[in-house]
Write a protein that binds this ligand. Structure first.
Ligand code: PRP
Length: 188
């Protein structure tokens, strides 16, 4: 759609493309191949998608794997002071299934400061899995506030605000097929 319009017929500006749909799809297949190779000798891995942002990445990654996989979800929320994250994270919903003794891969859409992933590693470790690895589509290395190991990274990006492919800005643009940038003027 070149000129999508909203329900009142006004032209809606589309975010400029940072990562195209084709480049995301190609990279997701590469990540899936790498994970499939690394876990080739396992009976099953558990992909834990972090809601909400990872839902599209998780769906594509899970379907591109060539090894048996089980899907779980976990939901967390950042404590915010105004629009600024305080770095504290709280658990909204834990995994439903039993992951004790199993090989877990946390699937994130983006690692920014690293606080969320660090918190998740602690929560999931308390379930005593056999192993935990981490996978993120996007990594904002410059924004890191805490050190956290990431085993699989789709793309390293700069400090821009990004939307699409699961990521939102104030709940907008999660279903864009590509990753776009949110310009300062659009941050209403
Ligand atoms: C995003 C993203 C990660 C987290 C990363 O979630 O999905 O979970 O932020 O940020 P951090 O590295 O600075 O901790 P968000 O809070 O936007 O919620 P959402 O996934 O529901 O959109």
């Amino acid at each position: 759609m070149l000129n999508p319009s909203d329900q009142k017929g006004a032209i809606v500006k589309q975010p400029p493309v940072l990562l195209s749909e084709a480049s995301i799809q190609a990279r997701v297949r590469e990540l899936a191949d790498e994970i499939s190779r690394d876990y080739a000798d396992k009976d099953d891995i558990v992909l834990v998608g972090v809601l909400k942002g990872s839902f599209i990445f998780l769906a594509d990654l899970a379907r591109a794997l060539s090894i048996p996989r089980t899907i779980e979800f976990i939901a967390v929320s950042s404590y915010e002071s105004g629009s600024v994250s305080t770095g504290a994270v709280r658990l909204i919903m834990d995994v439903r299934g039993n992951i004790e003794g199993r090989d877990v891969v946390i699937v994130e859409d983006i690692v920014d400061t690293g606080h969320t992933l660090k918190y998740l590693l602690g929560i999931l470790a308390s379930h005593r899995p056999a192993s935990i690895r981490t996978c993120t589509l996007l990594h904002k290395a410059e924004a890191a506030e805490v050190e956290v190991d990431i085993d699989y990274v789709g793309f390293s990006i700069g400090n821009e605000w990004v939307v699409g492919y699961g990521l939102d800005y104030a709940e907008r643009d999660r279903t864009l097929p590509y990753i776009g940038t949110v310009e300062p003027d659009d941050r209403a």
